[in-house]
Design a binder for this molecule. Structure first.
Ligand SMILES: [Fe+2]
Ligand SMILES: [Fe+2]
Length: 336
């Protein structure tokens, strides 16, 4: 019988390390290949509407074509390895699904996605009539760019690594950043901030393949997305003919949104719009749950469950109006 990711995780939770088999239908949202001792193997992230997990395929016939299947009906062996859930693919067939169904399985809710796209469209409209609006329109002018933008992921792994993930990330960054800016009670340049929202991760269109299966492109393997964002910005600025000062401001807001990384010397952030974007971007990018966070959550859930079954009643006794609070026994002066 087919199982969901949630059911597989819950069975793993109660299996106590015992291996078991499970079947299910999943989108292959991520696939990487590595060379191991016994040949090439694939590491895939399998997802359905209830969650995702990482699985590996070792035999050559199971490895071939898994990166282009989109969605699969798979049989996996699940067990514990180094304290974590390990899943090995025993068999799979490409699932016969429409592209929309594959995207849904990959985590894209079409209605929610449409409302996020509408939010971004409204922000884009707000920028019209400003130099930032001209630059943004130039960025989206090439045929197909907007469609790719709407479908693009924001990462291969970790945060917003799903169809439409870039749109979801940008809406979070925009809303969080505007809230930060509004909180100051000071005036700010709203079109400049919104331009930063759109531009800072535009290079992700160059670095990741489009869903269903998300991986690095050749461009992505050769340069980080923020470099490609700057590259797209440069081309748009040349087309529009903006001044050097506007170009420098836009380079700066893109650079600062990536200031959390330690691998390069960055300049100091200039202006509230830049600070708001950098902080909102960091917050949104940390919303993805890492394996370590998932393990911590499971440990906390277990602790709460143990307390509830063993001693939680003790915590509620004093709420009983009839019960007398216990008095400490008189034992002479208390010394601290
Ligand atoms: Fe980024
Ligand atoms: Fe970002």
């Amino acid at each position: 019988m087919a199982k969901t990711v949630e059911q597989i995780r819950s069975e793993y939770g109660t299996a106590g390390g015992r291996a078991f088999f499970a079947e299910g239908r999943f989108a292959v949202v991520n696939c990487t290949f590595k060379d191991g001792r016994n040949g090439r193997f694939a590491t895939v992230e399998l997802r359905d509407g209830t969650g995702s997990f990482t699985a590996r395929a070792f035999d050559a016939p199971l490895v071939a074509g898994i990166d282009t299947a989109g969605a699969i009906d798979a049989r996996v062996k699940v067990e514990e390895y180094n304290g974590s859930m390990s899943a090995i693919i025993n068999a799979w067939d490409a699932a016969e699904l429409s592209t929309d169904d594959i995207l849904r399985l990959g985590g894209l809710d079409p209605d929610v996605h449409a409302s996020r796209v509408a939010t971004l469209d409204a922000w884009l409209d707000e920028c019209d009539g400003t130099v930032y609006g001209d630059v943004l329109r130039a960025c989206f002018a090439a045929p197909g760019t907007r469609d790719d933008f709407c479908m693009a992921p924001a990462a291969v792994r970790l945060h917003h690594a799903e169809p439409g993930g870039l749109v979801r990330h940008l809406v979070e960054v925009g809303l969080a950043g505007l809230a930060l800016l509004d909180s100051t009670g000071e005036e700010y340049d709203r079109p400049y901030f919104l331009a930063g929202v759109f531009l800072h991760d535009l290079g992700k269109l160059d670095t990741y393949t489009l869903p269903p299966t998300i991986s690095y492109t050749a461009a992505g393997l050769l340069g980080e997305h923020q470099v490609w964002s700057i590259f797209r910005l440069g081309k748009a600025c040349a087309k529009v003919g903006v001044s050097a000062s506007i170009e420098a401001k836009l380079v700066h807001i893109i650079e600062q949104a990536h200031g959390a990384y330690r691998h390069a010397q960055w300049q100091e952030p200039l202006g509230t719009e830049v600070k708001a974007l950098a902080n909102a971007d960091f917050f949104s990018s940390r919303l993805g749950e890492t394996d370590k966070e998932r393990r911590s959550q499971e440990a906390l859930d277990q602790l709460l469950a143990d307390e509830a079954s063993a001693g939680a009643a003790r915590g509620f006794e004093t709420l009983d109006a009839d019960s007398e609070p216990s008095q400490p026994e008189a034992a002479g002066p208390v010394l601290f």
